[in-house]
Design a protein. Structure first.
Length: 218
């Protein structure tokens, strides 16, 4: 009985490990796909990078789900890439949003001196809710200022990183195209040389000239 129970526990642990590995692989493959889609976006590299930086910056703003629409509108206004701007806002997702809002509020509260409004340990009762709602403008501006302080350097870093990634991908793509053209030219040259050696190769220009000379004589 003990051996059968140990086997069951070992099998359960193995299945849990496999599920964790599958989740990690799925997350990594998802990130790779989004990265490949991002670098394959059509447009000028500067416009794409500026749109991505705008999305990153707005991802740290306290807009609570409206970052995508604001990013698309501002990207259309400044004539930047709208798809890149929407992808930049993905930094604010259900997993990262609590950490982002805590960090932005912490930074903003240090400058606005709003530490007394929201204490470190929140006791979620009716009095605390009334207290937060009464101080909503101060809390909102603390979030906004913290988002600007954290989001601005990250947006600058994201601009240079995305610009370098797009330029690198396009240079590699051009090199591949040039290499393929060289290989095709070499194959054509080899076929022509083989045909001339066998005596079966005839250039189309000579035949056209012969036909033209024959028609003139007649």
């Amino acid at each position: 009985m003990l051996q059968s129970g140990q086997k069951e526990t070992m099998e359960n642990l193995k299945t849990e490990d496999k599920s964790r590995l599958n989740k990690r692989r799925g997350a990594v493959s998802g990130l790779r796909k989004t990265y490949e889609r991002f670098i394959k976006i059509r447009g000028e590299p500067r416009d794409i990078a500026m749109g991505f930086a705008l999305g990153l910056f707005l991802g740290f703003s306290p807009m609570f789900g409206f970052q995508v629409w604001v990013a698309i509108l501002l990207a259309a206004l400044f004539k930047w890439n709208k798809i890149a701007a929407a992808l930049g806002t993905v930094i604010s997702n259900p997993i990262t949003t609590p950490f982002i809002y805590v960090a932005t509020y912490y930074v903003g509260s240090k400058l606005f001196d709003t530490a007394q409004i929201l204490p470190a340990r929140l006791a979620w009762d009716f009095d605390m809710l009334v207290r937060i709602l009464s101080k909503t403008p101060q809390v909102f501006w603390a979030w906004t200022l913290g988002g600007v302080i954290i989001g601005l350097p990250l947006a600058c870093f994201g601009y240079y990183l995305s610009y370098a990634a797009i330029v690198r991908y396009r240079t590699q793509l051009r090199q591949r195209v040039v290499e393929k053209r060289k290989l095709l030219k070499e194959r054509v040259k080899k076929r022509r040389s083989r045909g001339r050696k066998k005596g079966h190769w005839k250039t189309p220009r000579k035949t056209k000239r012969k036909r033209a000379v024959g028609t003139r004589k007649t």
